[in-house]
Design a protein around this ligand. Sequence first.
Ligand SMILES: [Zn+2]
Length: 352
Amino acid sequence: MATQFDFEEIARFTEAFGIPAHEEEISELLKGRLAKLGYKVEFDMMGDVIAYSPAFDKKSKPMVIAAHMDEIGMLVKYVSKKGFLKFAKIGGIDSRMLPNQRVIVKTKKGKIFGVIGTKPPHVTKASEMDKAYDAQSMFIDIGAKSDKEARKMGVEIGDPISFEMDLARLGNDLVTGKALDDRIGCFALVEIAKRLKAKNVVIVGTVQEEVSTFGKGAMISAWNLEPSSFIAVDTSVAGDHPEMREEDGAVCLGKGPAITMVEASGRGNVVDKRLAAMVLETAKKLKIPCQLEVVEGGATDASSVYNLKGGIPSVAICVPSRYIHSNVSVCSLADLKRTIDLVVGLALKGKF
Ligand SMILES: [Zn+2]
């Protein structure tokens, strides 16, 4: 049975432009949705969306439920005499995914399309065909004939670039698209907010999670809000496809949210045992299947929050995603629903 979500609305979230430090489009979308629900919404100094529930009580510490709004992308680094753009990667990008992608360059004059072109097989030696390109040798073609023309189109050094990909459905309630990490989490925030209007919660859309070891926006917002606990709604690496060995990732699609017990091999958040127990108890009570994971090579916003002030119990509750950090990441809407239900159940359970 198909899970009932507004597909077009999820697409608005995943297709919105928003590489680190350029989250305006997605943050305006999220702000608008949360304001409509009666939340008092503001931006903090970093650009984080801070949404106070109608029942927010400044006399007691709130639970903060957050998702990061930024996505991986690129920046214009140089414009060649012939009008091609050289770029710098922003966030964790495997260069092998870049060739022949369509991209969007956001200039002060507006958005323009570009493509990361490569030479065709007709003129490529057989020995070259199996070799990966390195990002330094790649370029973006925006159709300009010269650097002067590129600049006339609005291109400047430092302009943000994102990938271009529509959201589409696959079988078994799966969706595929760009930036599911973590726009699926941003979409979840709105669904969660709908059901927590009567609770002392603050819903936060964070900026710049993808560019530092641990997210910058989450740290600033949690510092200011001093929550009783911090829940990062994010995505995690699913290991259930032919390229991955089973032991590379025990998390699978369709088996419920992943509860991250350890991030970045323990350099990041090691989940507070009492908070983890509360999450698992809630899942059991609500009959929500969930999966436990230990992450060696990655972290969520929970890792930038747990050690602030006097310490803030933090946990990441993640929608499993195949091909994460690519244009064709895949998530299960059934997992999305369970993630939302679990976070709502946790917040309704009471104060941590
Ligand atoms: Zn993420």
